[in-house]
Design a protein around this ligand. Structure first.
Ligand SMILES: [Zn+2]
Length: 67
């Protein structure tokens, strides 16, 4: 229980930038920080960066059931 509390204080690891952030949204069991969320929304689908995000997000939307 103690470690859970400590984790909350330090923030959660964002699946995209892989940094511990305190603010963000939860997508399934993963966490996306507000910075990446904003980036993701504003990035055009033709932007190569978008593919990078998609690859990261694929980890979330493809649960281990399919492995
Ligand atoms: Zn992030």
């Amino acid at each position: 229980m103690g470690s859970l509390l400590a984790k909350k204080q330090a923030g959660e690891e964002c699946v995209i930038c892989e940094q511990a952030k305190t603010r963000g949204i939860h997508l399934y069991t993963s966490f996306i920080c507000t910075d990446c969320e904003k980036d993701l929304i504003t990035t055009d689908t033709s932007n190569p960066k978008y593919n990078y995000y998609l690859k990261k997000l694929r980890k979330i939307t493809m649960p281990e059931i399919f492995s």
